[in-house]
Design a protein around this ligand. Structure first.
Ligand code: DAT
Ligand code: MG
Length: 152
């Protein structure tokens, strides 16, 4: 659906490296609509819920401390097949397996410093959006330019 929403975040390394603008630019250029954005330094509890499916993995503690090491830029992007296409635009989890042209494939080399997050399914997108944003922080608005020129 044209109004599918996905949760995309620039991780602390992406923020520290000044890649926020470039990552936003790719989603804007593609024709996706930004409907929520904020910079936050997430708590340990917040991150443990965000990554609840990975609890028990050997890398879980280092993942949580990395994600807590500085501010994150949290976003919601909306548009056609936004969840799946967002993942395609991010590239593979391991940047060495991410194709050039993807965000990870262009800007990083290690799984533990892969600069961005994207929801992996519509269900997890809905869960993550609700976890990171209050309803009133999400902006339901019309972009005439996107409606007329991105979609037929
Ligand atoms: P993704 O971020 O592509 O959705 P994931 O949900 O499987 O990947 O894992 C979340 C994050 O955890 C990932 O971006 C980086 C880290 N991670 C995943 N697998 C890892 C591994 N084998 N070693 C170290 N860190 C890992
Ligand atoms: Mg994931």
């Amino acid at each position: 659906a044209n109004n599918e929403r996905t949760f995309i975040a620039v991780k602390p390394d992406g923020v520290q490296r000044g890649l926020v603008g470039k990552i936003i630019q790719r989603f804007e250029d593609r024709g996706y609509k930004l409907v929520a954005l904020k910079q936050v330094t997430p708590s340990k509890d917040h991150l443990e819920v965000h990554y609840q499916d990975l609890k028990g993995k050997p890398f879980f503690p280092s993942l949580i401390s990395y994600m807590q090491s500085g501010p994150v830029v949290a976003m919601v992007w909306q548009g056609l097949d936004a969840v799946k296409q967002g993942r395609v635009m991010l590239g593979a989890t391991n940047p060495l397996q991410s194709a050039p042209g993807t965000i990870r494939g262009d800007f990083c080399v290690q799984t533990g410093r892969n600069i961005c997050h994207g929801s992996d399914s519509v269900d997890s997108a809905n869960r993550e959006i609700a976890h990171w944003f209050k309803t009133e922080e999400i902006n339901d608005y019309t972009s005439d330019q996107i409606n007329k020129w991105v979609y037929e």
